[in-house]
Design a protein around this ligand. Structure first.
Ligand code: SF4
Length: 432
């Protein structure tokens, strides 16, 4: 039996492709390597969104090329976003790569493996966890001025609802308890296929599937979020009132230069409306510091914005000057040091508020999804176990966790816990 290992780099959208590649490898007779050293075939599914992602890919590929030269495994395959960006920088340098497979070119992998070209495409999980991502569309037509995605993954292309329902049913059948809808811009789902924003129809369709307890939406672009959709969050019990709305900045001039439409006032209004309509709503956003032209005043106003909107979760990234994007040539580029300092200030301001916001859960009983049992701890009282869990307001990978202790419970189930403490972004709890 031959074994494979997939290095899935970048975001969850790439992970979905990695799972399809895993399925193809398994259909061709490979099984997942129990430990990385036992892999005969390595497939790197690359991310090329930023210069830093390309540097990471370069490092990982170099490591595998060296290992292959030492005879540690047989086959090295590269696919993913790098195939549509900076490919020429790598192909000549790495003769160790046996196949460069185009982005999402699943048939090319089948031919390389000599596998039968069956039209059935499914997904095999490659990560642990009791959640699954459903990529409802790929590509983007928003053309934010700093972003390389439209040139790498093409314009928006939605997957038809019936096809997504079949895929979601198979994810429920493999045991996923949480379904996470993802896309570059989830709100624009269906505009290319159906001529209107079809997210509500899709949500209703996946909500009817048995097996999922939680349905979460990520990447809700503020320019395209419809406030009438708030009704869905009130009516559909599985749809979590978790609003991941990446705004990137708060100031009109910067947002305009970013090619984003909603400015400060409507953004504030949107978040206020969500909170008044759904008082339990949890807000998450991402910000960019150091975008060309961002003045100290803009930064101050951004700090003020995050004081005004109680984001439970916040990601802050430094602007990256990406060749081929309109922002690359914009005047008044901001130095790296300044961008880092601003990032730090925003994160520190958020941390200061977070203690209070997460602290509000202390003493409360909530239901959490048990993701995995942790290694036993010597200090743990006899008969007690420790688990890594998530509350409904924790999305996998990007938010904090709940560490729960107590009687034996089964990963993949929901258990009630009492929250006892908060440290940084994580909660600590006792199983009831
Ligand atoms: S919405 Fe903007 S940032 Fe997001 S993928 Fe599309 S172009 Fe890039």
């Amino acid at each position: 039996m031959k074994h494979y290992l997939i290095e899935s780099l970048g975001c969850a959208k790439n992970l979905v492709d990695s799972e399809v590649f895993a399925y193809i490898l398994e259909s061709a007779g490979y099984s997942p390597a129990p430990i990385p050293e036992e892999a005969d075939l390595i497939l790197i599914n690359s991310c090329a969104f930023l210069q830093s992602a390309l540097a990471e890919f370069d490092e990982i590929l170099s490591g595998y090329a060296d290992r292959k030269n030492q005879g540690e495994f047989e086959t090295l395959i590269v696919t993913g976003c790098v195939m549509n960006r900076a490919l020429d920088d790598f192909t000549g340098l790495f003769p160790e790569v046996d196949a460069w497979i185009g982005l999402k070119d699943f048939d090319a992998l089948k031919s390389f493996l000599g596998a039968k070209n069956s039209p059935v495409i499914s997904r095999s999980p490659i990560e642990e966890g009791h959640y699954a991502y459903l990529r409802i569309s790929d590509g983007c037509r928003n053309y934010c001025s700093y972003c390389t995605i439209p040139s790498i993954r093409g314009v928006l292309k939605s997957v038809p609802i019936p096809q997504l329902v079949i895929e979601a049913e198979s994810l429920a059948a493999r045991g996923a308890k949480e379904l996470i809808l993802i896309a570059q811009d989830t709100c624009l789902y269906g505009t290319d296929l159906y001529g209107h924003q079809a997210l509500p129809e899709l949500i209703e369709a996946v909500h009817a599937i048995k097996g999922f307890r939680w349905i979460r939406l990520l990447y809700l672009h503020p320019d395209h979020f419809k406030t009438e959709w708030l009704e869905l969050f009130k009516r559909l019990p599985k749809l979590l009132p978790y609003f991941e709305i990446p705004i990137q900045h708060s100031e009109d001039r910067i947002l305009k230069a970013m090619n984003r439409k909603l400015g400060r006032a409507p953004l504030l209004e949107l978040f206020k409306l969500i909170q008044s309509e759904l008082p339990t709503a949890v807000l998450r956003t991402t910000l960019i510091t150091g975008f060309p032209g961002e003045s100290p005043q803009d930064h101050k106003k951004l700090l003020d914005f995050i004081e005004q909107v109680p984001f439970l979760h916040l990601g802050v990234f430094c602007y990256s000057q990406e060749p081929g994007t309109p922002a690359y040539d914009m005047p008044r580029q901001v130095g790296e040091k300044t961008a880092l300092k601003r990032q730090d200030e925003l994160l520190s301001a958020h941390r200061a508020q977070l203690e209070e916001r997460l602290g509000a859960w202390v003493g409360k009983d909530i239901e959490v999804l048990v993701e995995a049992e942790l290694e036993p701890d010597e200090e743990l009282p006899k008969g007690n176990h420790r688990y890594l869990c998530r509350a409904w307001f924790n999305a996998p990978d990007i938010d904090g966790l709940v560490f729960a202790e107590g009687k034996k419970v089964k990963p993949g189930t929901f258990v009630k816990v009492n929250i006892e403490d908060v440290i940084d972004v994580d909660l600590f709890a006792r199983i009831i």
